[in-house]
Write a protein that binds this ligand. Structure first.
Ligand SMILES: NC(=O)C1=CN([C@@H]2O[C@H](COP(=O)(O)OP(=O)(O)OC[C@H]3O[C@@H](n4cnc5c(N)ncnc54)[C@H](O)[C@@H]3O)[C@@H](O)[C@H]2O)C=CC1
Ligand SMILES: O=C(O)C(=O)COP(=O)(O)O
Length: 337
């Protein structure tokens, strides 16, 4: 089988020692992302199995129809709107998802919360340049009171979304003595209440009350642009907004405008509308923004469970026992694989 692995710019394949899986030994690995349909069609024309590392390459109908040999797309993580699954089913292309553990992204969220609330990136950066700032950061162009961090205990942690990651983040918040308030769908709020957390009384109260507000939703047509300027302008000038989910829930420009206005006072983000972001991106220039390069799953345990899950799906498919297929009807075209 002709196997192509796309977008491995975190070197997951080598780190997983895929070379030791005989079935993947001859797989062609691309580390750079190509976006145009024409270029992709050339790159992928012989592919029978495609492994997608994350979701950087999109597979709309126009591209899928140009890949006549394709039988399987195996994706790290959940299959999102970047793959036209309906077209895949019609063309007999099976799509498999490889779900990882929510622990690593939940822990990254907490790393960002703790680092940001105590201004660690700023202190560490300044100390490297010789500034011993034991009595707080110098105000400079930063919002008032930004120079002193805040403790978490007794403060309010607002979580929009209570899925696999949100739920873990809530539990860690409880361990820090925070008051956890959940907003989101009725079902999410009910699950949070069943776990002993509070549901926010209203969307307005959710944004007004939070000292730390973190988003844990999936990006869908309904959640794109979900957070508005109205929401952000209700936030406290001392509050921290965290986004490890998807940039499009807010939009980079809106967030930059809100941070420039000082509500919220600070943001910590792992996700951007276009990745990798370019040097000079406005969020990188803001003193009250802490940015990481989409590293929710970038740590050893995840490489072993998250990326491995996608490769296991390829191995199972090749062994004639496909696993984690989201569109089993695709097999109607190729009953014997
Ligand atoms: N920065 C990074 O590297 C990573 C980012 N992510 C992102 O984090 C976000 C959250 O991911 P997860 O927590 O795994 O998503 P999830 O699918 O578990 O939850 C997402 C949403 O679905 C709702 N939901 C989940 N189960 C439900 C149920 N049984 N009933 C009703 N509603 C339910 C949740 O309340 C939440 O609003 C996503 O946007 C994901 O793409 C995930 C992993 C790594
Ligand atoms: O890698 C990411 O950023 C993801 O969002 C993957 O999360 P998922 O495994 O799709 O829930």
């Amino acid at each position: 089988m002709n196997i192509i692995i796309l977008d491995d710019y975190q070197d997951a394949v080598r780190k997983l020692q895929c070379a030791q899986r005989p079935e993947l030994q001859n797989a062609k690995v691309f580390t750079n992302t190509v976006k145009g349909i024409g270029q992709l069609a050339v790159r992928l024309k012989d592919a029978e199995i495609l492994v997608l590392i994350r979701e950087r390459t999109h597979f709309p109908k126009a591209l899928l129809e140009k890949l006549p040999r394709l039988k399987l797309i195996a994706q790290t993580g959940r299959v999102g709107p970047h793959i036209d699954v309906e077209t895949c089913t019609r063309l007999g292309i099976a799509v498999a998802e490889g779900v990882g553990s929510p622990v690593a992204p939940a822990e990254l969220t907490w790393s960002l919360i703790m680092a940001s609330m105590r201004r660690l990136p700023q202190y560490i950066g300044n100390l490297k340049h010789g500034a011993w700032q034991q009595s707080g950061l110098k105000a400079g162009s930063m919002p008032p009171n930004f120079g002193l961090g805040l403790t978490l205990s007794g403060r309010t942690l607002g979580l929009w979304g209570y899925g696999r990651i949100g739920r873990l983040v809530a539990g860690y918040g409880r361990a820090f003595g925070m008051k956890v308030q959940v907003w989101g769908s009725e079902a999410s709020r009910q699950r949070a209440v069943a776990d002993g957390f509070e549901a926010a009384a209203s969307r307005e109260a959710f944004f007004t009350d939070a000292d730390v507000l973190s988003l844990h939703l999936r990006l869908t047509p309904e959640t794109r642009g979900l957070v508005t300027m109205d929401d952000l302008s209700r936030m406290k000038p001392t509050a921290l907004l965290v986004n490890t989910s998807r940039a499009e829930l807010i939009g980079d420009n809106l967030l930059v405008t809100a941070l420039n206005r000082g509500r919220p006072g600070m943001a910590a983000v792992d996700v951007f509308e276009s990745e990798p972001i370019l040097q000079g991106h406005p969020l990188l220039r803001l003193e009250n923004a802490v940015c990481t390069p989409h590293i929710g799953y970038v740590e050893l345990d995840s490489y072993e469970n998250y990326f491995k899950a996608a490769f296991d799906n390829v191995t199972a498919y090749l062994a004639g026992q496909p696993t984690h297929i989201v569109n089993p009807d695709a097999f109607k075209l190729h009953p014997g694989l």
